[in-house]
Design a protein around this ligand. Structure first.
Ligand code: PLP
Length: 437
């Protein structure tokens, strides 16, 4: 006999299904900086859900925009048709992107944004008569979602090994994580810009005329907050330009104020050819992603194409009215409350709190940028990830939501947080680190 509240039917993503279902931890509601668990406890959200609820939970303006739109205009196709909400959001989004990256393609997630960006890169190369450029260069420890394109350019073995040969013609740069030289860096680490020279190595190996694009996260999030070394992104940009290779920044977590500007590109002063986004775009209230392409990319693919459909790609829900309405309301909040600047105004206070964890048991690195922190713990001998998982469970049970990846604690709170929340987060975290063995 099935029970309506049976936990067995939902095959949970990126989860230890068996472990969870034996000891479920359920969220029931959310508001502002907090979740409420199903047993009625208030849980301070130190991760903005999954790096996505940048304006805090259940914002009235967003809820009302969704409600009003759902009642008036539930769905409208965007294949050979359109509706004003999608055009308006694209225009607004284009205005906050770096100069020139104002041609917007809508998707429904970060993974779809990545695969869309890769396809746009291939279409661009072909349209300009460089059809031999089909190769992609990703980076070790990169996370670009879970589509076949994304896992192929991504660099996380756990996400790849179950899935065969994936996309052909992909190579990887080395990652920039270097505890020997950079442990406990505040902000951008000093060492590692030279790792960008891997592009030269791969160009020498494969030939520039076979490479369509390089894709990197400006700050790698999912593998534990890897902040770009000083000068690294600049050098990546230079080398892509030198070899006429497109540069894609995957900004699914860094866009929308996470590092103190609309995009990490703006924060670091390095402009790619294509930016992928999702998460903070709608404050996660309705799934939506987007790709911002440079005018040169759009014009090459679209303006120079023969009459008819220019790019054979799109999703039924590209530019969905509810997502577009949520996106517009979200961008309005970011602007009204100047939330993008929040990560700059609070950055020093946040960094002090992060680096105060330095001498706690097990901690081998603390790193930060904007309102992001990575606290790396030494793995238990023979039991990697177990210590971090214990920290996660203890945190949840004590009323704090953190995120763990490997043996790294990653923090990325909603941008509405106040100093008192920072004190509370790190006070609790310190207690947890002292309590675990
Ligand atoms: C950099 C990056 N790219 C892509 C994705 C995939 O996004 P989604 O889970 O919405 O498909 C993520 C998700 O965390 C991400 O951090």
């Amino acid at each position: 006999m099935r029970e309506p509240n049976d936990l067995s039917a939902f095959w949970m993503p990126f989860s230890n299904n068996r472990g969870f279902k034996q000891a479920p931890r359920l969220l029931a509601a959310a508001e502002g900086m907090h979740y409420t668990s199903s047993d009625g406890r208030s849980i301070l959200d130190a991760t903005a859900g999954l790096w996505c609820v940048n304006a805090g939970h259940c914002r009235t303006q967003i809820v009302e925009a969704i409600r009003e739109t759902a009642a008036r205009f539930d769905f409208g196709p965007t294949f050979q048709l359109g509706h004003p909400l999608a055009f308006e959001l694209a225009s607004k989004l284009g205005m906050i992107m770096p100069e020139g990256l104002d041609r917007i393609f809508f998707t429904n997630s970060g993974s779809e944004s990545v695969d869309t960006a890769l396809k746009i890169a291939l279409a661009y190369q072909r349209a300009r008569g460089q059809g031999s450029r089909t190769r992609f260069i990703g980076r070790e420890r990169g996370y670009h979602g879970v589509g076949f394109g994304g896992i192929s350019v991504g660099g996380i073995v756990g996400n790849r090994r179950q899935y065969g040969t994936m996309l052909g013609g992909v190579d990887h740069l080395r990652h920039t994580h270097d505890l020997a030289r950079n442990a406990f860096s505040r902000g951008q680490p000093a060492h590692g810009a030279e790792l960008a020279e891997d592009i030269e190595r791969l160009v020498a190996l494969h030939g520039a005329d076979t490479i369509a694009a390089v894709i990197v996260e400006p700050v790698a999030g999912s593998t534990g907050v890897l902040v770009p070394p000083v000068g690294y992104l600049e050098r990546v940009r230079e080398l892509c330009k030198k070899h006429d290779i497109l540069l894609i920044f995957d900004e699914v977590i860094t866009a929308f104020g996470r590092v103190g500007k609309a995009t990490a590109s703006e924060r670091f002063g390095v402009t790619p050819d294509i930016i992928t986004m999702a998460k903070g775009l709608t404050n996660a209230a309705v799934p939506m992603g987007a790709v911002a392409a440079g005018r040169h990319v759009y014009d090459t693919v679209v303006e120079n194409a023969p009459e008819g459909i220019e790019l054979f790609h799109g999703y039924t829900y590209s530019g969905h009215p509810l997502a577009a309405a949520a996106g517009l309301a979200t961008l309005a909040i970011y602007e009204e409350e100047r939330l993008f600047e929040k990560a700059i105004t609070l950055e020093a206070y946040w960094a002090d709190a992060v680096h105060a964890m330095k001498d706690l048991p097990h901690v081998i690195d603390c790193r930060n940028i904007g309102l992001v922190a990575g606290i790396e713990m030494e793995a238990r001998a023979g039991a990697p990830t177990k210590r971090a998982m214990e920290a996660f469970h203890r945190a949840f049970d004590s009323g704090l939501l953190i995120r763990v990846t490997g043996d790294i604690i990653a923090l990325s709170p909603p941008l509405i947080l106040e100093k008192t929340h920072i004190d509370e987060m790190f006070g609790r975290l310190a207690d947890i680190l002292k309590a675990i063995d």
